[in-house]
Design a binder for this molecule. Sequence first.
Ligand SMILES: Cc1ncc(COP(=O)(O)O)c(C=O)c1O
Length: 358
Amino acid sequence: MSLLRLKKSIEVRDAISRMSPYKPPLENRDPKEFILMDFNESPLPLPSDVIQKISGLLKSYVNIYPIYGDFIEKLGEYSGVPSENLLLTNGSDQAIDIIMRSLMEIEEEAVMAQPGFQMYNQTANTLGCKLTGPQFTSDFKFPHQKLKESVNSKTRLIILINPNNPTGTFVSLSQVEDLLKSFPDIPLLVDEAYYEFTGESCISLLSSYPNLIVIRTFSKALALPSLRLGYVIAHPDFIQELKKIRGPYDVNAVAVLAAREQLNHPEYWQNMVRHLMDKCKPKIENYFDEKGVKYFSSKANFMLVVPPNVQHAYKFLMENKILVRPMKSPIAHTFRMSLRMMPEMERFMKVFTCYLNN
Ligand SMILES: Cc1ncc(COP(=O)(O)O)c(C=O)c1O
């Protein structure tokens, strides 16, 4: 044991010492070795001219603080809102963090249908707050009424992930509006991380409901998860409050350059989205139907699969160089898989057939 370990450690807040880190299974994810179906990422690398532009920026601009130029205006055009409604964040994880920090005092609550994206629990816990809410039904329908009933005097935030990761559940615009109307004094955060796949958004409600907050990311269809870029779309006054928490340079210049290129030349990632949603998704659905394997599709680039035995399926796929994501309780009978380009989907189907025949 090192000398340092012998000394008494620094004491952190109770809320933090009670927690465990959020540790998604990132080890050994080598894209040269495995087909990565475990993190809902884009199956394609950035176009080579974007890589060239990044390398130009690395040569000349890394020793100065980031210059964002007119990117926020560009993002406004893309999202259909004025730039005063927008805030860039270091991934949408940071958006979740600063939104919850700006709203929640210790022991207050956020409600969200469960299970949802783990970072919401994690962030609530860092604040000494609770994330509560009803379970999705066993066929992953949205528990709209139960969610409304779970709102109480301690509720400071309602969270909707649309479509929900991992269950794929989609919430309709009228259901979103009903929540905004029913709880005008409680902010409603709608996580649209998969917007480019669904093509559906609740942003149109922003002008009527100042309690609406939307977050999105460049990590999914826009293919920049390693560069970390997300954004918040909300009332300008709330954006100003969030600016007090987010640091002025939290968003890096490489992410903004790459994002600008992706917005200026959308054909490449839009073709990928169409390929996944129009070709790969029906193909894998047909395949599971034919094989009698139960699955839950989504409007995004992922689905939940109910194999005969999750651990066996996961292990067999991994041994054959395919990574999927086994889920935890209460959906531990499923794994989540991301859609990839057709040749990789075909490889998946071939390997999965061997697993079923085993
Ligand atoms: C629903 C949802 N929200 C937010 C995120 C976080 O994305 P990022 O922090 O990379 O923007 C993810 C990532 O998987 C997600 O699935």
